[in-house]
Structures are given as structure tokens and as C-alpha cells.
Ligand binder design. Structure first.
Ligand code: EPU
Length: 434
């Protein structure tokens, strides 16, 4: 999806001038599945600390097409009337713009007995199959029909049935979606090899607070008692407070580790970032950990370390911080390696960093070696996904000269008003509408 807005950044030419404090917003990846979870309630769900970003807008539009109202009542707050669900076909155009559309299929199937959806889209980070979803719903008693544009899943007797599902590998979205489906199913569901990302646990805890019978929240095995189609009921006002976005906090932390004299990252949960913090400290960054804040000072130029990182499911180093980390390694003295284990198309952005002057060797779709430090030169860039987009912004901040980051939409998908927030900490960035 192209859009005409772009960012213009005047780089700092390697000087460590970033300073001040920056606040972290609510987590996109916690809010999106909770928007799907709204379909499990018999009354409205309020989501607070909800960022105003493009992916949330797309999810709101998708829900709107299903008869569900989503209102932004005040800054940071949305109210969703999920009980109004009246349709079972997902809008194809919107679904193709966002992987998280797949989160809706479980609740729709559980409530309506049928769901029709296209292959979900999203960031350009390689093939993103949906086999775990299809295999799981077949086990829960659904039948699959496919034509060239849509999949249709339909429950043989109108309802989902509890099942034992062992995921071949951990998947954030599949864990969340099957947790929701299992609560609507008849009987007990056991999910094994579940993802334990903080966003998954946060959702489970909110559902439990609303009376859902989920055992094992925060572990890799979830045992869920289904309500046979019954919706959850909250006695008091049903408010989900989104956890801080650990990926946004991690992006700012890496920016600080490259370019800050002293940067305070506020309203974050440092516990969710323990591995990235450890890696940045081993690279030479000075990081102070507070209860809900971090203070970072850049790696000094004379510190030489080698940094070797393998992306991993939580609590390992997140794939979503891999691109910003590559920029950091390119600015450090020494050699680093990145092994991207989650996606096979998520190192392609390195070609652009090389054009900026980074010394990177790509061995295959999963491995790169980076030698630093190399001063980067500003240039015109376009991020293929949210996280490569923020990495390009960080690279442009570090570089000498002007950079233009095309297609601001990709960054707006995940980061609210990034230019305003970065300007406050000393970045010379502006948004331009062509
Ligand atoms: N996968 C399959 N088959 C499936 C499901 C997943 O092969 O049926 C593969 C994926 O292609 C990927 C791996 O499993 O290679 C793990 O993907 P996962 O399902 O965990 O990812 P997701 O739920 O689609 C969420 C985040 C992503 C983040 C990943 C991994 C949301 C909305 N998205 O995606 O976030 O990269 O987990 O942690 O929660 C981002 O925020 O920029 C972003 C891409």
C-alpha cells in the first residue's frame, strides 16, 4: 500500500545529540487481538491506552463491516460493541492490508458457525502461511472450502468443539485466536506449545478477569473450558488497559544506544525487554532500569565488542527489533551477526542500509554479518514493513545529510505521530504530504 506522505530527516552525522524523554504508547499487538476478543462479550469492551495508529483503524473498519461499532470516545480510548456481530464475511481489501485480520476468524466461527476470509496480508516479510489456523479449526469440527479468493470454514453442527491442539511451532496469533475460539466451543480445549509473548498473557488475564475459564496463562499449555456459545459477561465496566508497547520501547532504546547523550524512555515495562537490554548492555550501552522507565546512554565510540543475536520467541530477542539492532551494530566497533529465525524475508532491508554505507554481508535469507563502525550517508528509502521502516528512520538520524523515507503509512501502522515525538528529543524530522 503506497501513500503519498513521507518523512524528511536531517541526520546527526554520528553525533550523540539525542536527549530528553519519550513516552511509550499502548501496545499495538496487545490491542489488535483484544479487538477480536471484544466479540466474546455480551456488552461493550473499552480499551484504554489504545494507540492511534493505522492498524487499529483498519481493524476498526473490519469490525465495522461485520456490524460491530468501534468508537474512539477520547484520546487513547475505544469502545467496541462486539455483541452486535451480525456478518461472517471479512472485507477482502482490508484483510489483505493486515495480518491481524486472521485474529477475527476464531470468534466469528465460534459465534456464527461460519466464517469467510481471504488470505491475510500485512508486512512484506516473507510467506506468512495460515496452516496452524486451518489445521486447528479442522480439529475443532469445522470444514474448509476454498476458492481462488476466499477460504470458508463452517462448523458441521453449527458449533466448535473442544479439541487437543499441539502447535507445530509457537505462533502468537494462533495462540490468541484459538484461546478465543476455545472459549466459545463446547467442551475442553487443550492448546500445547503456545506462544508466551506478554501480549498473549495480557489477553488471557483480562479474559480470566471476565470469568473465562483458562488455566495456564503465561505458560505454553493452556487448558480452556468452553462456554458452548455463551458470551462472557463483565459485572463492572469492562475495561482493558493495554500494556506498554515493548517494541516501541525497544526501538527507542536502540535509538538511544546509538545516538543519545541521555534518553529517558517513560511508561514502559522493562521486564518485557530484559533480553534486548542485556544485549545492548553487552554492546556497551549504559542502561538504567526503573520500575516503568529506562534511561539509556549511547555506546561510546571506543568500545569494541562483537554482538551475535538470534531472534527468538519471547522471552528471546524479538524479530521485531532485529532491523533496528542491525543499524546499531553497523555503528559499533566490531563485527556482529544476526540470525533471523522467525521470518525468511526479514533481512531484505539490509540492501538499503548497504547503499547508505553499512558494511553488511548477507549469507542467505536468515544470516547477515555486519562490520562497524561505518558512517552512513543520507538517501531515499522506503521501508517494506513497520520495523524496517523504524530502522530506516534510526539509520537516517545517524547518517550524514538528508534522508527521505517514503511511504509513511508503514511507520504509521505501528508508531503514533512518530515525527512529533522524535522532534522533542532532538531529531530534525518532518512529515511531508506530496
Ligand atoms: N506461521 C505459519 N503458519 C501459521 C501461523 C504462523 O507458518 O499458521 C509462521 C509465520 O509465518 C512466522 C511464524 O510462524 O514465520 C511466527 O508467526 P506468528 O504467528 O507468531 O506471528 P503473528 O501472530 O502473525 C505477531 C505480531 C508480529 C510479530 C510476530 C512474531 C501481531 C499483530 N503481530 O504476528 O508483529 O512479528 O507475532 O513475534 O501481534 C509487527 O508488529 O511489526 C509484527 C509483524
Amino acid at each position: 500500500m503506497q501513500n503519498k506522505e513521507y518523512f524528511v530527516i536531517e541526520g546527526l552525522a554520528g553525533s550523540k545529540e539525542i536527549a530528553g524523554s519519550i513516552e511509550v504508547n499502548g501496545s499495538k499487538n496487545a490491542v489488535l487481538p483484544m479487538m477480536a476478543a471484544s466479540l466474546l462479550y455480551d456488552s461493550s469492551l473499552v480499551i484504554e491506552n489504545c494507540p492511534d495508529i493505522e492498524d487499529i483503524k483498519r481493524m476498526s473498519e473490519l469490525l465495522g463491516g461485520l456490524g460491530v461499532t468501534v468508537d474512539r470516545t477520547k484520546k487513547g480510548s475505544v469502545v467496541i460493541e462486539g455483541q452486535r456481530l451480525s456478518k461472517s464475511i471479512l472485507d477482502a481489501e482490508i484483510s489483505k492490508r493486515m495480518r491481524a485480520s486472521i485474529f477475527l476468524i476464531g470468534p466469528i466461527l465460534g459465534r456464527m458457525g461460519e466464517v469467510t476470509f481471504p488470505h491475510p496480508g500485512g508486512c512484506v516479510i516473507g510467506a506468512r502461511p495460515i496452516d496452524l489456523f486451518i489445521d486447528g479449526y479442522l480439529k475443532m469440527g469445522a470444514e474448509l472450502k476454498e476458492d481462488e479468493n476466499f477460504y470458508t470454514l463452517a462448523c458441521k453442527d453449527g458449533k466448535l468443539h473442544g479439541a487437543e491442539i499441539t502447535f507445530k511451532f509457537q505462533s502468537v496469533g494462533a495462540t490468541e485466536t484459538f484461546m478465543l475460539s476455545a472459549l466459545l466451543a463446547k467442551g475442553i480445549t487443550i492448546l500445547r506449545n503456545c506462544a508466551i509473548e506478554p501480549e498473549v498473557t495480557s489477553m488471557a488475564l483480562h479474559l480470566i478477569k471476565s470469568g473465562a475459564k483458562i488455566n495456564g496463562a503465561g505458560t505454553t499449555t493452556l487448558i480452556i473450558e468452553g462456554g458452548d456459545g455463551a458470551l462472557l459477561h463483565s459485572d463492572s465496566r469492562n475495561v482493558y488497559q493495554a500494556i506498554p508497547d515493548r517494541l516501541e520501547a525497544g526501538s527507542f532504546l536502540i535509538l538511544g544506544a546509538i545516538a543519545a547523550s541521555k534518553l529517558k524512555i517513560e511508561k514502559c515495562d522493562p521486564e518485557h525487554l530484559s533480553v534486548p537490554i542485556e544485549i545492548l548492555r553487552s554492546a556497551g550501552a549504559d542502561i538504567e532500569i526503573g520500575k516503568d522507565f529506562l534511561v539509556v546512554k549511547a555506546v561510546p565510540p571506543n568500545v569494541c565488542r562483537s554482538i551475535s543475536v538470534k531472534t527468538h520467541e519471547y522471552p528471546g530477542f524479538p524479530t521485531d527489533l532485529q532491523a533496528p539492532l542491525t543499524v546499531l551494530i553497523s555503528q559499533c566497533c566490531g563485527e556482529g551477526t544476526i540470525f533471523e529465525t522467525i521470518y525468511e524475508g526479514r533481512l531484505n532491508y539490509t540492501a538499503d542500509l548497504m547503499k547508505m554505507g553499512a558494511d553488511i554481508k548477507m549469507w542467505d535469507a536468515h544470516h547477515v554479518t555486519i562490520k562497524g563502525p561505518n558512517s552512513l550517508k543520507g538517501r531515499e528509502l522506503e521501508g517494506p514493513d513497520i520495523r524496517a521502516g523504524i530502522a530506516f528512520i534510526i539509520a537516517a538520524i545517524v547518517a550524514k545529510g538528508q534522508s527521505v523515507i517514503r511511504n509513511a503509512y508503514y511507520i504509521d501502522r505501528g508508531y503514533e505521530q512518530i515525527e512529533e515525538r522524535l522532534r522533542k528529543i532532538g531529531v530534525n524530522i518532518k512529515r511531508v504530504s506530496a
